[in-house]
Each structure stands twice: as C-alpha cells, then as structure tokens.
Design a protein around this ligand. Structure first.
Ligand SMILES: Nc1ncnc2c1ncn2[C@@H]1O[C@H](COP(=O)(O)OP(=O)(O)OP(=O)(O)O)[C@@H](O)[C@H]1O
Length: 259
C-alpha cells in the first residue's frame, strides 16, 4: 500500500471516529472487518463530504448480504443499507440480476454485481413509491451503500409484521392494504417484490400501516422468473393471514393482484 493511500485511509478512519460511531469497541472491530472495508470507508467518506451523512449511529440489523445502520443527515434520521463486498452470499444476487433486462450490460465481477444490486434496490424503491406503495423513501446510493429514510422512532425501527400483536380487525386492515400494494406494484409499477413475507413488511404503529422493505431482489414483469416470484409472494401472504381467519386462497389473491 502506498504511503499516500494509507494516509488517506487513516484520515477516513479518523473521520469515521468523528462521525461518532456509537458501538462498543469489541463490536466495532468485528463489524469493521466485515462491513467497513476500504472501498466502503471511502464511500462513507464521500457521503459525508456530500453532506448526506452527518453522523453514523448503531447497527440495526445484520442480514445475509447487508448490514443496516442508523444514521443522521443534517435534518433527519436516515438508514444506511451497506451491502457487504467480502461476505455477501452473492450467487443468489447473480440469479436475479442476470435475468433482468435492465442490467444486461454489467460485467460479471462481484463488485460490479453488488453495486448494480444496490442501484437496483434504489430504483425498485422509487418505482414502488411512484406506484403508490409505502416504502422507505430512497435518498441516494454510493457504490455499495443505499441511503434511505429511517422508519422508526428514537433510533428504534418500527416492528416487522411478524413481531406485532394484532387483533382481527387490525389484521384485516393490514391485509387489505398489502393486497392493494401488491396489485399496484404489479399493475402500475410493473414489479414483483420477490421476497414478500411477514419478515419484509414493517408496521407503522401510528396508523397500523404496512411498509414494504427489502426490494433489492424485486424484478420487472419481463424477468423470466417474475411469475414464479409473484406466486411465492402470494402464498407467503395468504399463509400468514390464515391465522387471523382471513380465508383468501392463493388463487383469490392472485386473481385480485392480476386483474
Ligand atoms: N429504512 C429503514 N428504517 C429502519 N429500519 C430499517 C429500514 N430498512 C430496514 N430496516 C430494518 O433492518 C432489517 C433488515 O433490512 P432488510 O430486510 O432490508 O435487510 P437484509 O440485509 O436484506 O435482511 P435479511 O438478510 O435479514 O433479509 C429490517 O428487518 C428492519 O428491521
């Protein structure tokens, strides 16, 4: 590593320190190795230079491919989804990206695929939002980092659908909204979520409104596996809501979404 380069990295590290990273030291070292590799540090540094990132907060979640962090911009809380370059399960990504005509020109190197994936999630969120679905508002991407609005209060994320205790009436209300979101996504957004379940829907406790999250894998309707993904989403949703005496079959929901 050249002297200039290590100097630059050192200054990024100092900058991260200044961004008030709140994790305990031992946690920080572990996360730092996995997530904060040099290209990611540079991206955080760029976001900070562009005044998008003001302070980096604690980890919200460690998923299969990405880590989510609470952060602050100058005027509001934000969430950073940082796709891991070294330890993500990237074969699965390839399957989705390679069938998607929007990405036919990307080179097949891991870093390129992860960047295209981050960009794809950003574009999918915009598409979903434009189709009238509530999602975290995407703000920008920087290489493998997606910046979006933070959904929660006092630095704590809203609960997932699988975590909330619902009475029958609330469950019906949420199911109706999810149905309409699935239809809007399909008919107006030309998109299928592709991993929809109680694990990827947050609930806003203020109005019991569902919010779709995690749209990196969402595909356009011309993707060869779009129908397969939609049928799987439909099955997950009808299976979950059965316990609330919602008797729609997958065929019922499918007819509603497609017609
Ligand atoms: N914009 C947001 N605001 C607040 N919390 C969020 C936001 N986006 C995601 N989260 C939280 O982070 C968790 C993981 O997010 P997401 O599902 O997008 O990441 P993931 O890495 O794909 O996760 P997994 O591998 O577990 O599916 C969510 O379950 C949610 O609790």
């Amino acid at each position: 590593m050249s002297k200039d380069y290590s100097k630059k990295i050192k200054s990024i590290d100092d900058k991260l320190e200044k961004m008030r990273i709140k994790r305990k030291d031992s946690d920080y070292t572990k996360v730092k190795e996995d997530v904060f590799d040099t290209p990611t540090l540079i991206s955080l540094y760029n976001l900070s230079n562009k005044d998008i990132l003001y302070a980096l907060g604690g980890a919200i979640s460690t998923g299969k491919e990405a880590n989510i962090f609470f952060a602050e911009s100058s005027d509001k809380p934000i969430a950073l989804k940082i796709y891991r370059i070294t330890t993500s399960t990237f074969r699965a990504m390839e399957e989705y990206i390679l069938g998607d005509p929007r990405f036919k020109n990307i080179r097949h190197e891991k870093r390129d695929i992860i960047m295209a994936w981050t960009r794809k999630e950003y574009r999918n969120l915009i598409r979903a939002q434009n189709a009238g679905i509530r999602v975290p508002s995407p703000i920008t991407t920087e290489k493998n980092i997606l910046v979006m609005d933070f959904l929660g209060e006092n630095e704590v994320s809203y609960p997932l659908l699988k975590e909330v205790k619902l009475d029958t009436e609330q469950a019906h209300q949420i199911y109706e909204t999810i149905k309409s979101y699935m239809r809007k996504l399909y008919k107006h957004g030309n998109l299928v979520h592709g991993d929809l379940s109680e694990y990827n829907i947050m609930i806003d406790p203020n109005n019991i409104e569902p919010i779709f999250i995690d749209m990196g894998q969402s595909v356009t309707l011309d993707h060869p596996r779009a129908e397969y993904f939609l049928n799987r989403d439909i099955k997950n949703i009808t299976r979950f809501f059965k316990r609330f005496k919602i008797s729609d079959s997958p065929e019922d929901l499918s007819a509603f979404v497609r017609n």
